[in-house]
Ligand binder design. Structure first.
Ligand SMILES: [Zn+2]
Length: 183
């Protein structure tokens, strides 16, 4: 999906893949009020600098994260917030997506790239077909129409605090989860 950066990202998304907020402004308002997102970046109205409470909402695993919060080198290798709403359900799978585990037999479907059609995935072990998002991708792929992307975060470098996911649920009345997108 070309709206996404070529760098790895941490992506928050709702558990119901067809869900979108009542309007994009409501989501922007929420993110700015919680301090996850700050001001809009001038080149893209759906991108925002990190907000004043960013490090309260996103927990970094290392003791000294080497993240950059501004665009000093004039490239896109810095951490900012990008919102993407899509008209239909979008599959964000990438080169690092793990073989997903079937919801029925729990076995890994190694040939998922060939078997994934119209967001449905046939299991070569138990021969059942399920929606792709019913598989367990172990946080390496996501399906939806609404994505909150935190750019330039490498897989497992950082995770959202449970309180942030809870605040999203309280505001939008749907649970949220996250994955790492690595195109
Ligand atoms: Zn199966």
């Amino acid at each position: 999906m070309n709206a996404f950066t070529a760098n790895a990202s941490l992506v928050l998304y709702p558990v119901e893949p067809s869900w979108v907020p009542e309007n994009l402004e409501a989501l922007i308002k929420f993110l700015q009020e919680t301090g996850l997102a700050g001001d809009a970046l001038h080149q893209d109205e759906n991108s925002f600098s990190v907000g004043e409470n960013f490090l309260e909402h996103i927990s970094f695993m290392g003791c000294s994260p080497s993240i950059k919060f501004n665009n000093e080198n004039d490239d896109d290798k810095f951490t900012f917030i990008r919102l993407t709403l899509t008209p239909t359900i979008t599959a964000l799978t990438g080169s690092h997506s793990f073989a997903p585990h079937c919801p029925h037999c729990k076995k890994a479907e190694k040939n998922w790239r060939e078997h994934l059609k119209d967001h449905r995935l046939h299991c070569g072990h138990c021969r059942q077909t399920s929606e792709a998002w019913q598989y367990n991708w172990r946080k390496s792929a996501g399906f939806g129409r609404c994505f909150i992307e935190i750019t330039d975060i490498y897989p497992k470098e950082a995770i959202p605090q449970p309180s942030l996911l809870q605040a999203l649920e309280n505001r939008f009345h749907i649970a949220w989860k996250y994955f790492f997108y690595y195109p």
